[in-house]
Ligand binder design. Structure first.
Ligand code: AMP
Length: 405
C-alpha cells in the first residue's frame, strides 16, 4: 500500500514525499481511512509506530477541505512539552503546502508569545493540559469550534496525574465532534476514560498490549550497585555506540551520571523536569546533531524524545513500574529501524526485572561476559538500611513526578 492509495490530497502527498516517507506504517494504513471517514478512533499504539502522522495527516486533510472559521478546529492534547513540540513540528511538515495555521502551547515558559500566536488565529492547536486549561481560564482559548479532539498518550497522561484536567477539559468540548484516543497500553482506567470520550469508535491496534517493539534487541547486564558506573564506562568503550539515550529514574541520578561521564571526557548532558525549557531544548538539539554522545534523561523528560535512527537505550536503573520499561525501549527501533536496549541490573532490582519479563512475556537475555558481574554477597546491615531509604525515595520521586507537566 502507498500513501496515494489512502486517498490523500496532492498537497499532503507532496509534503509526505518531502519528509521521505515511502510507505505508510501499519497504524497509518489502518487509522488514516477511519479518521478521514470522520469516525471516532481508539488507537492502541506505542510511540515510534508513526502514530503522529496517523492522526495529523487526516486531520489536516479534513480541515483543508472544510471552511476556515475564526476558531480552533482541531486540538491535540499530549502530556509533555517535548511531545507537544514534536507533534507541532510534524503538523508543520505535513501541512506545509496548505493554508492551515497551527500553534503549540505548553507550561514552563512565559505565556506571552503563545497568547500572541493564538490571537493571530489557529486552526490546529497542540497543547499540554495544564497550560491549555490555564489559557482557557484566562479567556484566551475557546473550544466552541472544535471539530476534532485528539487525546494522545492517554496512559501516560493518567500516570502523570492529569485525569482531573482531562475531565475538566471534556466539559468544554462540543458534544458533536470527532474524537481520537491514543494509548500504548489499555488498563481498566484507560478503557473507562476512552468510553467517556469516544462514540462508537473503530479500534486500531498495531502492537499487542504491552509487548515490546519487535525490532529492539534487549539484553541485561547483572552487576552490583557500586559497579554500575564502571560497567557503564565499559559499555561506552564500544565506539559503535555513537548516540545513547540513558534512563535514570531520578533527577539527581541523571545529573550525577552526566557529570561523571563528562569528567571521563564522554560528551553527556542530563534532561529532566528541573531543567529550564530552553536548556532541555538545547541538550536535545545537541544530542540530535551528534554533539552529545550521551543524553541522560528521566522517564518524564524523555517521553517526547524522537530521534531519527536512535539505536541505543541504556536503562541505568531498572524501572519499578514495568510499563515504564516498555515506554523506554520504545525510544529505539522506531519506524522499522533496529535498536538495542541494554539494562543494568543490581541485585535489589532483580524483582523489578522479573515483573518486566512477566509483562513483556519474554526473558531478557543476560550478558554474562563482562568485568563487573553481580555477586550474591548478602547486603550488610548498613547497605540494607540505605536500600530501604532508597526505595522510599524512589516511591516519593515517582508520586512527585506523576503530578508534573
Ligand atoms: P511517531 O510514532 O509518530 O513518534 O513516529 C516515529 C517516527 O517515525 C518519526 O520520526 C516519524 O517521522 C517517522 N515516520 C512516521 N511515519 C513514517 C513513514 N510512513 N515512513 C517512515 N518514517 C515514518
Amino acid at each position: 500500500m502507498t500513501f496515494s492509495d489512502l486517498g490523500l490530497s496532492r498537497t499532503i502527498l507532496k509534503a509526505i514525499q518531502e519528509k521521505g516517507y515511502e510507505i505508510p506504517t501499519p497504524i497509518q494504513q489502518k487509522a488514516i481511512p477511519v479518521v478521514l471517514r470522520k469516525k471516532d478512533l481508539l488507537g492502541v499504539a506505542q510511540t515510534g509506530t508513526g502514530k503522529t502522522a496517523a492522526f495529523a495527516i487526516p486531520i489536516i486533510q479534513r480541515l483543508e477541505r472544510s471552511e476556515q472559521c475564526n476558531g480552533i478546529r482541531a486540538i491535540i492534547v499530549t502530556p509533555t512539552r517535548e511531545l507537544a513540540i514534536q507533534i507541532e513540528e510534524n503538523i508543520q511538515a505535513y501541512a506545509k503546502f496548505t493554508n492551515l495555521r497551527h500553534a503549540v502551547i505548553f507550561g514552563g515558559v512565559k505565556q506571552h508569545n503563545q497568547v500572541k500566536q493564538l490571537q493571530k488565529g489557529v486552526d490546529i492547536l497542540v497543547a499540554t493540559p495544564g497550560r491549555l486549561l490555564d489559557l482557557m481560564d484566562q479567556g484566551c482559548i475557546s473550544l466552541d469550534k472544535i471539530e476534532v479532539f485528539v487525546l494522545d498518550e492517554a496512559d501516560r497522561m493518567l500516570d502523570m496525574g492529569f485525569i482531573h484536567d482531562i475531565k475538566k477539559l471534556l466539559k468544554f468540548l462540543p458534544a458533536k465532534r470527532q474524537s481520537l484516543f491514543f494509548s500504548a497500553t489499555m488498563p481498566k482506567n484507560i478503557v473507562q476514560l476512552s468510553r467517556q470520550i469516544l462514540h462508537q469508535p473503530d479500534r486500531v491496534e498495531v502492537t499487542p498490549q504491552s509487548t515490546t517493539a519487535e525490532t529492539v534487541k534487549q539484553v541485561v547486564y547483572f552487576t552490583n550497585r557500586p559497579s554500575k558506573k564502571s560497567l557503564m564506562l565499559h559499555l561506552l568503550n564500544n565506539s559503535e555506540m555513537d548516540q545513547i539515550l540513558v534512563f535514570s529514574r531520578t533527577k539527581h541520578g541523571a545529573d550525577r551520571l552526566a557529570r561523571d561521564l563528562s569528567k571521563k571526557k564522554i560528551k553527556a548532558a542530563a534532561i529532566h523536569g528541573d531543567k529550564a525549557q530552553n536548556q532541555r531544548q538545547k541538550s536535545l538539539k545537541n544530542f540530535k546533531s551528534g554533539q552529545l554522545r550521551v543524553l541522560v534523561a528521566t522517564d518524564i523528560a524523555a517521553r517526547g524524545i524522537d530521534i531519527d535512527k536512535l539505536s541505543y537505550v541504556i536503562n541505568y536503573d531498572i524501572p519499578n513500574i514495568p510499563e515504564t520499561y516498555v515506554h523506554r525501549i520504545g525510544r529505539v527501533g522506531r519506524a522499522g529501524e533496529t535498536g538495542t536496549a541494554i539494562s543494568i541490573c543490581e541485585p535489589e532490582e532483580n524483582t523489578y526485572l522479573k515483573e518486566i519479563e512477566k509483562l513483556i512475556k519474554q526473558k531478557i537475555p543476560a550478558m554474562n561476559d563482562h568485568p563487573f558481574p553481580q555477586t550474591d554477597k548478602p547486603m550488610t546491615a548498613q547497605e540494607k538500611k540505605e536500600w530501604e531509604k532508597e526505595k522510599q525515595r524512589r516511591k516519593q520521586e515517582f508520586f512527585k513526578n506523576r503530578n508534573k507537566d
